[in-house]
Write a protein of this length. Structure first.
Length: 202
């Protein structure tokens, strides 16, 4: 498939609203939200996206929008209930944290690898960020988390295949008696010679 990731633009809003119309996901957004996300976008020439801002991308198949992803970036706020002891041990490295706010694939293109392509693209962006020490460039540890509805088994299975691990239950996350699972992907620096290599924790 000829897939391509690019920044979400105002011209894409109608497409992404249509895509999420038939989504099983519990979280859906209106045109105003997408418009605000696009307007808030940081200048890509800055390098990695600004902290605590919404980052939005669309995925194209043969120049047609078939998926979108929205996430946030921040410095990691440690929570031992969610993060592994290995990640907590890297606190001095100032790990980054990502939060998947929205991810949706067009109904006609699901189960064809589009969602995996989108998520791996997000993970790759985090993996490419290095921190500078006095001696060397080294990968910055990072964590990405997503909230999966307990009624959406497909998304839960999909995230597990990508490498996310269920950590705990967020009670009433989507309303009364509608819970969510906190799914977490962790990546830690490794000891390999290449400074851009990292290891996803299991």
């Amino acid at each position: 498939m000829n897939l391509n990731m690019r920044w979400m633009a105002k011209k894409d809003i109608r497409s992404v609203v249509r895509i999420q119309k038939f989504s099983p996901n519990s979280t859906k957004f209106d045109k105003e939200f997408f418009s605000s996300v696009v307007s808030y976008r940081k200048d890509p020439s800055f390098g990695f996206e600004g902290f605590s801002s919404f980052i939005s991308y669309v995925c194209e198949l043969d120049k047609k929008v078939v998926a979108y992803v929205i996430y946030k970036v921040s410095l990691l706020d440690f929570n031992k209930e969610l993060h592994s002891p290995k990640m907590v041990a890297h606190k001095n490295s100032v790990p980054m944290a990502g939060e998947i706010v929205g991810l949706c694939v067009d109904k006609k293109h699901r189960l064809k690898g589009v969602g995996s392509y989108v998520m791996h693209s997000v993970i790759e962006r985090f993996s490419s960020v290095v921190e500078l020490s006095l001696k060397e460039l080294k990968p910055r540890p990072f964590l990405i988390h997503a909230l999966s509805s307990d009624r959406d088994l497909g998304t839960h299975i999909f995230l597990k295949k990508i490498g996310f691990v269920g950590k705990n239950v967020h009670w009433n996350a989507f309303g009364k008696d509608h819970d969510g699972y906190n799914m977490v992907y962790e990546s830690l620096p490794c000891t390999q010679p290449s400074p851009l290599m990292c290891e996803a924790s299991k």
